[in-house]
Design a protein around this ligand. Structure first.
Ligand code: ZN
Length: 179
C-alpha cells in the first residue's frame, strides 16, 4: 500500500507546541514523541513492503494550529494514498492510561481493530472508537486511522514507550496490525 504517515500537531512561529505536554507528570511532550516515533513507524511499514510518505508540519512557520489541516489534507488528497495513519498521544488526568485507535470509515475500522489488538498487548486496552468530527478521519479521501498510542500524561505508560528500543517495538506492532 501507499501510506501517508502524519504526525499530529506542530510547533508554531511563537515557539508554542499545539499538542499536549505530559512532562510535569513524568510523561512526555506529545508532538515531540510522535515525531520521533514516526521514524520507527515509517521504517517498520517499509519493511513490510509499504511505500510510506511522512507528513510533518513545518516548525515555527504556522501562526495557528488551523494551518495544520490544509497543509496535511492538500498533500493527502492529491497523493493517491491507500491509507492514512496519524500519530497522537492521549492526555488527561495523570491516572488516565492506555491505548486507543480512532476511525470513521468502515475500512478504517478494520485497520483500527488490528492495530488496537497489537498495542493493547502493551498498554491498557481502551478499545477502538468511532469519531466523525476529526478532519484527519473525515476529510481524507483514503481511509484513515488516528492512533492514540498511550497517555503522554501517564508516567507508567511513558515508561513503556521511552527510548528508541521501545519505540521500535511499538512501531513493529503497528506495522504488524496494518499487515
Ligand atoms: Zn493530539
Amino acid at each position: 500500500m501507499k501510506i501517508a504517515l502524519t504526525v499530529g500537531h506542530s510547533i508554531l512561529k511563537n515557539g508554542n507546541t499545539t499538542s499536549a505536554d505530559g512532562k510535569r507528570y513524568g510523561g512526555c511532550n506529545e508532538y515531540k514523541w510522535c515525531k520521533s516515533f514516526s521514524k520507527q513507524v515509517a521504517s517498520a511499514l517499509k519493511k513490510n513492503g509499504h511505500t510510506v510518505k511522512k507528513i510533518v508540519c513545518p516548525e515555527k512557520k504556522f501562526t495557528s494550529s488551523k494551518q495544520e489541516k490544509p497543509y496535511k489534507l492538500n498533500q493527502i488528497n492529491s497523493g493517491n494514498y491507500d491509507l492514512v495513519i496519524e500519530l497522537h498521544l492521549n492526555s488527561a488526568a495523570p491516572s488516565a492510561k492506555g491505548t486507543e485507535v480512532l476511525y470513521t470509515s468502515s475500512a478504517g475500522k478494520k485497520y483500527a481493530k488490528k492495530v488496537q489488538k497489537q498495542l493493547s498487548a502493551v498498554f491498557h486496552d481502551r478499545g477502538i472508537k468511532r469519531r466523525d468530527d476529526l478532519y484527519i478521519l473525515n476529510g481524507t479521501k483514503p481511509p484513515a486511522i488516528l492512533i492514540e498510542t498511550f497517555f503522554c500524561t501517564n508516567k507508567n505508560d511513558y515508561k513503556k514507550a521511552k527510548g528508541v528500543l521501545n519505540r521500535q517495538k511499538l512501531a513493529r506492532r503497528i506495522a504488524k496490525g496494518i499487515g
